[in-house]
Write a protein that binds this ligand. Structure first.
Ligand SMILES: C[S@@+](CC[C@H](N)C(=O)[O-])C[C@H]1O[C@@H](n2cnc3c(N)ncnc32)[C@H](O)[C@@H]1O
Length: 285
């Protein structure tokens, strides 16, 4: 961050200015005026309309992603959890979705990646976006702890015709990263792009293993999801509000992760307000 501050204008600052204006006029002894209510509605519309608008003006989901999105949205996750078939209480909301999948696919294309790694696959909606952008002979390795998801995605990957470009490794990502590192002996063999999107308390370890063991190429790109974790890193007390049902462990892990990355001299980082926050981290040595 620069020590020279310039004013920022964004949808969030518009919402913030409106809200500050209403808050400064509020008088608890009087009901809100119609003008104040209109301003609050505008704040609500600014905030709730952002993501749908981004979807509307960004390219549609690629055809290969559609069957996976549909299967994710319609699957009976609740039933699978109650039958103890899944390791976690999964829901469709665990997917990074069409917009972010497309974004990571675009980054794969921009970096001319041939070798990609995803840590935390879930239903593969991003995996296929990465695979689709890889050249002939390219491969994405997806690490996923839950065998249920390997069974879920396998027929869908084959249906897209991208099955040959996707290698799913089931098990704890920590163990897989150690094994993978043993087979990466030169920078040439390392990954061009890595997407971290698994358990939040594991992020710091994944980051350090990736850099310490040379899993990411020099000038390679590390993309990390959820680094603005619902706004908890800069909003004291948010995590304690029961209505948000945010895990404190995850919130603390993300805050610590962002600090560790920012202080690591081996990388450059820009955190983007894409969905729940996406960090773009480039290895520069
Ligand atoms: C948020 S979801 C991933 C979403 C996916 N990357 C996407 O783009 O839609 C997180 C996934 O990480 C998996 N996971 C959690 N802990 C893990 C671990 N230690 N090793 C590997 N996968 C893990 C979960 O089972 C879950 O499928």
């Amino acid at each position: 961050m620069s020590d020279i501050e310039l004013p920022v204008e964004s949808p969030l600052t518009s919402a913030s200015k409106l809200l500050q204006s209403v808050v400064s006029q509020l008088d608890t002894s009087k009901p809100a005026t119609s003008e104040q209510l209109a301003q609050l509605k505008m704040v609500s519309s600014l905030l709730s309309g952002l993501d749908p608008y981004l979807d509307q003006v960004s390219s549609a989901a690629p055809a290969v992603q559609r069957p996976l999105l549909k299967a994710t949205a319609t699957h009976d996750w609740e039933g699978a959890w109650s039958r103890k078939e899944t390791l976690f209480h999964l829901s469709a909301a665990w997917s990074a979705g069409a917009y972010e999948g497309n974004f990571v696919g675009l980054l794969t294309k921009l970096t001319h990646a041939k070798k990609a790694l995803e840590i935390g696959m879930f239903t593969g909606t991003t995996t296929v976006c990465i695979a689709q952008q890889l050249p002939e002979g390219g491969k994405v390795t997806a690490l996923e702890i839950d065998p249920y998801l390997d069974n879920f995605t396998r027929p869908l990957f084959n249906e897209t015709g991208l099955g040959d470009k996707i290698d799913v490794k089931v098990g704890n990502a920590v163990d897989h990263l150690e094994t993978i590192a043993k087979n990466i002996l030169t920078d040439e063999e390392a990954y061009d792009i890595i997407f971290i999107d698994a358990d939040k308390p594991g992020y710091k370890r994944y980051f350090q293993t990736i850099l310490d063991k040379g899993l990411l190429k020099r000038n390679g790109l590390l993309v990390v999801d959820n680094t603005l974790y619902k706004g908890t890193p800069w909003t004291e007390g948010l995590v304690d509000q029961e209505m948000l049902a945010i895990g404190k462990e995850n919130a603390d892990a993300i805050k610590e992760f962002n600090k560790v990355v920012r202080e690591d001299k081996r990388v450059e980082v820009v955190v983007l307000p894409v969905r729940d926050g996406v960090s773009l981290i480039m290895r520069n040595e």
